[in-house]
Design a protein around this ligand. Structure first.
Ligand code: ADP
Length: 253
């Protein structure tokens, strides 16, 4: 697979205080650099703006309203991109920010422009870092979670593989955070059927998607013939290890 979309979850990138995990992000940059050296092309879809916003202004939101959340995302997006810029610069890689909403995928004219911008960036050796444009995303035009955004991006770009980095090793038959005997599912050949057979626990505080949105994203890209890998982004060199068969994860075909 040559064209790879990698989605990075907010729990992977930051701790609960909204501080970007330097070790993790540095390792992600290293792994992306490895992939590029192997002749692959990479687009990143990154969550974490909201939690980074909390970290930046150094207080938890007492207000849960939409405008406050949008403000946190607007603040945190800058922190996030600064971190990406810094860590990818260590490998001489430039990053570029693309903020999208649902409308961008439904209007053919916009879709074409985005696709052209993506191809141009990649041709220039730049890594696009995509996120939802939270400060303009009211409900009607919201994608809602970055698993779906990554899936839309992967199909728009005709990716060969999509990787979701989360804080668990893959999909289990029940929530591994609360059930100690949960079993990892290595291979899923029908994502739609899987969702009816497993038990799904709650989402983390800042993740909006949860495991259900990851399975739905898999279903979406699988329909386009794009395989999806769900991996634990907190583990060092997880992409390389998994591609070498040295670490577990869930593969959706
Ligand atoms: P991210 O921020 O990476 O998008 P989420 O918090 O949205 O991650 O979703 C991952 C979480 O889903 C895991 O931390 C896990 O606790 C929870 N979860 C619930 N049920 C399951 C399950 N059956 N298999 C795997 N994870 C599950």
């Amino acid at each position: 697979s040559k064209k790879i979309v990698i989605k990075i979850g907010s729990n992977v990138l930051s701790d609960e205080n909204g501080v970007v995990d330097k070790k993790v992000l540095h390792n992600i940059a290293e792994q992306v650099n490895d992939l590029i050296s192997m002749g692959k092309q990479v687009i990143l879809v990154s969550s974490g703006a909201g939690i980074c916003g909390v970290g930046a202004i150094n207080k938890w939101s007492r207000r849960g309203d939409i405008n406050y959340k949008q403000a946190l995302c607007a603040i945190g997006q800058v922190e996030l991109m600064m971190a990406y810029k810094e860590y990818f610069a260590d490998y001489g890689i430039h990053v570029a920010q693309i903020l999208l909403t649902r409308d961008d995928f439904s209007d053919p004219h916009r879709t074409l422009n985005i696709r052209n911008a993506m191809f141009t960036l990649i041709d220039e050796g730049v890594i696009p870092v995509i996120n939802e444009n939270d400060s303009v995303s009211v409900d009607e035009i919201k994608i809602g979670d970055n698993d779906t955004l990554a899936a839309l991006t992967a199909s728009l770009w005709n990716a060969d593989l999509m990787i979701i980095l989360s804080d668990i090793d893959g999909v289990y038959d029940k929530d591994p955070k609360t059930e100690s005997d949960a079993k990892l599912i290595d291979l899923v050949e029908n994502a739609d059927r899987l969702i009816e057979t497993i038990s799904i626990g709650g989402t983390s505080s800042f993740g909006t998607g949860g495991i259900a949105s990851k399975i739905e994203a898999a279903s979406r890209v699988n329909k386009f013939g794009i395989p999806m890998l769900l991996l634990n982004g907190e583990k060092e060199n997880i992409i390389r290890k998994s591609l070498d068969g040295k670490s577990r994860g869930t593969l959706f075909l």
